[in-house]
Design a protein around this ligand. Structure first.
Ligand code: NAI
Ligand code: AKG
Length: 447
């Protein structure tokens, strides 16, 4: 089996050797899915996984715009349309200076499996730009978003490809992009999700990824007759996913100790309560400040410059910032400090070495493609509401989100149960996500 996996990975490396993040994501899937394919006659000899690692379409384009000082700026825009076997391409847009084809292909590849897990009819895609929103004025953000959409609009549509937010793309950016799409197309459709509530957005979509991650972790804890109540929780990031993961963990009786950004982390021994979290939300979403400012407001807390929070003693860790933000040594530190559960809010935040440590220690570990799927699932619910021209209540969307996260957990258990009764959520998520897409691809023939 090892030979088969290596031979497959050699082929992928040959074509994508310069794309480390993409290769990392493919390797994780290949190691669990290739043995499954070998045991299931219907998938044999069809090169299904080889087809799945090649994007159906990869669009790259110039984005020119004028900054506040009158200088012309040039950025690169992308959309990776990875797989449409089970529905229109669906996945976020990331605006961050590190964005390149490798990062977006890894995210789009993960998205295919994640969207399949949600049980909703969505294919996988991802896009974005190397544009850095940090320090830009609202007008600059608007001009960039408008310029970005003047090209992207011809490749997307409510039945073709439905982008949403990701790092650096929140309600403000979705608004600007939606406005330009509507103007260029002269149609008002649900072409983007994460819209404002008065123009087609769904209640709970802003909360959904963070809440969903906590719901998933709750399901994992339940398998051990445990819960969030009374637990110490360490969270990385302080953006959309981190904020709402913290909110839900607090609501369930946990004490949240940390939050972070790309400059460092804050540790509040007394716990980040609801009032302190409101301060962070205002700081990050409106003032667009740095997490270090938390200690100016709450001097009992400590700020650790250019460090990550994984050495803080905790029961539960929720990495909610970015890819490869938790390495093997940090995983060991978490385990040595008594951490019993790691649930990924970000996409691929744990390195392969970290995942190896979690599995070796047999602690509960959920990969992002399962545990952060609540965001895109609620985007799917936004698409349904747009098609029906209806808005469901907060309670209704939240209840559906909870059910979906429980279903994803059940699928992971179905496909990931080990002989000793423990659950390999990585294998479970990969195989459960694969089966639905592969079956659709088989039914549709070689295209
Ligand atoms: N927004 C959503 O609905 C979903 C987001 N995700 C993933 O969750 C993660 C966070 O995304 P959002 O919260 O939406 O973005 P955001 O832009 O709201 O927040 C990103 C956070 O990550 C931090 N960050 C960025 N680069 C960093 C670095 N190099 N080191 C440490 N911190 C860093 C930022 O300071 C910020 O706190 C990403 O991996 C994203 O792909 C996954 C599923 C859905
Ligand atoms: O809601 C969406 O379509 C985007 C979600 C996303 O980008 C993700 O799940 O990583």
């Amino acid at each position: 089996m090892e030979d088969k996996i290596e031979a497959f990975l050699d082929l992928v490396r040959e074509r994508n050797g310069h794309e480390p993040e993409f290769l990392q994501a493919v390797q994780e899937v290949a190691e669990t899915v290739i043995p499954y394919i070998a045991e299931h006659e219907i998938y044999n000899g069809k090169n299904i996984l080889l087809r799945m690692v090649e994007p159906e379409r990869l669009i790259s384009f110039r984005v020119s715009w004028v900054d506040d000082s009158g200088e012309i700026q040039v950025n690169r825009g992308y959309r990776v349309q990875m797989n449409s076997a089970i529905g229109p391409y669906k996945g976020g847009l990331r605006f961050h200076p590190t964005v390149n084809a490798s990062i977006l292909k890894f995210l789009a590849f993960e998205q295919v499996f994640k969207n399949s897990l949600t049980t909703l009819p969505m294919g996988g895609g991802k896009g974005g730009s190397d544009f850095d929103p940090k320090g830009k004025s609202d007008n600059e953000i608007m001009r960039f978003c408008h310029a970005f959409m003047t090209e992207l609009y011809r490749h997307i549509g409510h039945n073709t490809d439905v982008p949403a937010g990701d790092i650096g793309v929140g309600a403000r950016e979705i608004g600007f992009m939606f406005g330009m799409y509507k103007k260029l197309n002269n149609t008002f459709t649900g072409v983007l999700t994460g819209k404002g509530q008065s123009w087609g957005g769904s209640l709970i979509r802003p909360e959904a990824t963070g809440y969903g991650n906590v719901y998933f972790a709750e399901n994992m804890l339940k398998t051990k007759d445990d819960s969030f109540n009374g637990k110490k929780v360490v969270i990385s990031g302080s953006g959309n996913v981190a904020q709402f993961a913290a909110e839900k963990a607090i609501e369930l009786g946990a004490t949240v100790l940390t939050l972070s950004d790309s400059s460092g982390y804050i540790y509040d021994e007394d716990g980040i309560d609801t009032e302190k979290l409101q301060f962070v939300m205002d700081l990050k979403n409106n003032k667009r400040g740095r997490i270090s400012e938390y200690v100016d407001k709450y001097p009992n807390a400590k700020y650790f410059k250019e460090e990550r929070p994984w050495s803080v003693k905790c029961d539960i860790a929720l990495p909610c910032a970015t890819q490869n933000e938790l390495n093997g040594e940090e995983a060991k530190a978490l385990i040595d400090n008594g951490c019993i559960c790691v649930s990924e809010g970000a996409n691929m935040p744990s390195t392969p070495e970290a995942i190896h440590e979690f599995h070796k220690a047999k602690i509960l570990f959920a990969p992002g493609k399962a545990s952060n799927a609540g965001g895109v699932a609620t985007s799917g619910l936004e698409m349904s509401q747009n098609s029906l021209r209806l808005s469901w209540t907060r309670e209704e969307v939240d209840a559906r989100l909870k059910d979906i996260m429980e279903d994803i957990h059940d699928s992971c258990v179905e496909y990931g149960k080990n002989d000793d009764g423990t659950i390999d959520y990585v294998r479970g998520a990969n195989i459960a996500g694969f089966v639905k897409v592969a079956d659709a691809m088989l039914a549709q023939g070689v295209i």
